[in-house]
Ligand binder design. Structure first.
Ligand code: HAM
Length: 432
């Protein structure tokens, strides 16, 4: 019988896990620098948490099941809805804004391909109860800060505001359902289907043309003035454009101006209301979006009061892929700093004791567990990346001593047992 992992999932081995941990920790540090605190939510939730806003249509994209008690559950496809649930359950009275971040796996029943998995990880955050666009500016600057810290190159942060497109559609009394369908088509980038959809609903020709013109617009600050004239007859859309203009001014104060204004961002999830943004890395091909987010009204949809919320999530696997393409060798392969080797089998228990002492001093240490001869132990230790081997011999031990072998230079020195951890700590720190 061949044992296989489920389609769209991956195993991560040692080196890859080490690299992932490093990137995860770098991002966590940035989030915490901005005052975000970590939360953890269940891997599965009530299915209704995800269908309430998005409708039954989303079920196609979700892993869902009934448990033994007949409850309809779903593996979470994302974490914004769970965080909105936490807010309603426990945090409504907390001082605002509330800044939360999370790192966890998500599940989507999608056709697997490069950069698109059925189990993937998101590192993201939600800022609840801050004002727009102040909060949005800080959050976008933080996303850019993370990528700077990771030294990722060639990424583009695209900014838009859904209120512009929705403002036009609402003024023309287009139903919320049709609006969501239009947004989904724009998000897919399916121009033909979008035209078909627009032709099938009653939307004035002028509005339709403006809509099609806007979604193709990309640029910088100058876009705002160009679009202002076009939107003269659409007061709500104009208000959203002004909000986008204020966001750009605030971003400058936060030290981030390297954005692209993109009025064609529609986002795949339909709880967004105002500012939206996506980050792309060209080298990744079709799944080039490494992050997405914006301002949303999920809490209100769940029956809470209106509280402005904004957030985003990095697709962690895509960030890893982008980093790997740009820098194929992130960290090294080392497992431990020290290997404790008994010279003969009789020294085994002494080796265990010494290894344990080193570990308690915070030195990463391995000890021989296979009962090999010294030559084999040394070659195994060298392959494991150990910088030092501590050799335990009977005669030396009687004098209260062991030998430290530097695996890089080959030099050996005898030290007393009491001093071995100090000497090793010193040398390891010197090397770093
Ligand atoms: P999302 O754009 O659906 O937004 O997902 C965020 C990121 O997760 C995407 O930009 C992408 O990098 C990654 N991603 C999505 N699907 C997959 C997949 N199948 N395989 C690998 N990576 C994937 C959200 O989920 C929102 N909850 C983000 C947010 C937070 N908005 C406000 N707050």
């Amino acid at each position: 019988m061949e044992l296989q992992k489920p389609r769209g999932t991956r195993d991560f081995l040692f080196k890859e896990m080490k690299e992932r941990k490093l990137v995860e920790n770098t991002m966590r540090e940035v989030f915490e620098t901005y005052g975000y605190q970590e939360i953890k939510t269940p891997i599965f939730e009530d299915l209704s948490l995800f269908t309430l806003k998005s409708g039954e249509g989303i079920i196609e994209e979700i892993y869902h099941f009934q448990d033994k008690g007949g409850r309809d559950l779903a593996l979470r496809p994302e974490l914004t809805a769970p965080v909105a649930r936490i807010y309603l359950n426990q945090l409504q009275k907390a001082p605002k804004p509330i800044k939360m971040y999370y790192f966890g796996s998500c599940f989507r029943y999608e056709r697997p391909q490069a950069g698109r998995f059925r189990q993937f990880w998101q590192l993201g955050c939600e800022l609840i109860g801050g004002k727009s666009p102040d909060s949005e500016a800080e959050i976008i600057a933080m996303a850019a800060h993370c990528l700077e810290e990771l030294k990722l190159k060639d990424y583009q942060i695209h900014l838009g505001n859904l209120g512009i497109l929705r403002g036009i559609l609402s003024q023309d009394s287009i139903s919320a359902e049709h609006q969501d369908q239009i947004m989904a088509m724009i998000d897919k980038g399916d121009a033909e289907e979008l035209e078909k959809l627009l032709n099938g609903i009653e939307i004035p020709e002028t509005s339709k043309n403006i809509l099609l013109e806007l979604i193709g617009m990309r640029g910088h600050q100058e876009i705002i003035n160009n679009v202002k004239n076009i939107l003269n007859d659409y007061p709500d859309a104009l208000k959203s454009l002004e909000e986008l203009e204020s966001l750009l001014i605030m971003l400058k104060a936060f030290g981030f101006t390297d954005y692209i204004v993109n009025l064609g961002i529609a986002r795949g999830l339909d709880y967004y209301t105002g500012t939206v943004f996506e980050i792309y890395v060209e080298g990744l091909g079709a799944q080039k979006q490494i992050s997405g987010g914006g301002t949303y009204n999920l809490i209100e949809v769940f029956g809470g009061e209106k509280v402005e919320s904004t957030g985003f999530a990095f697709g962690f696997d895509r960030v890893m892929e982008a980093l790997k393409i740009q820098n194929p060798s992130i960290p090294g392969d080392e497992r431990v700093d020290v290997f404790v080797a008994p010279i003969s089998a009789e020294m085994k228990l002494n080796a265990f004791e010494i290894a344990q002492n080193l570990r308690k001093c915070g030195i990463s240490t391995d000890v021989e567990l296979v009962g090999r001869k010294l030559k084999k132990i040394l070659s195994f230790a060298a392959n494991s990346g150990a910088k030092f081997v501590v050799l335990i011999g009977a005669r030396e031990l009687e004098e209260g001593k062991v030998t430290i072998k530097d695996m890089t230079s080959g030099e050996q020195e005898q030290v007393s047992i009491e001093m071995v951890s100090d000497v090793l700590l010193n040398q390891i720190n010197n090397e770093e």
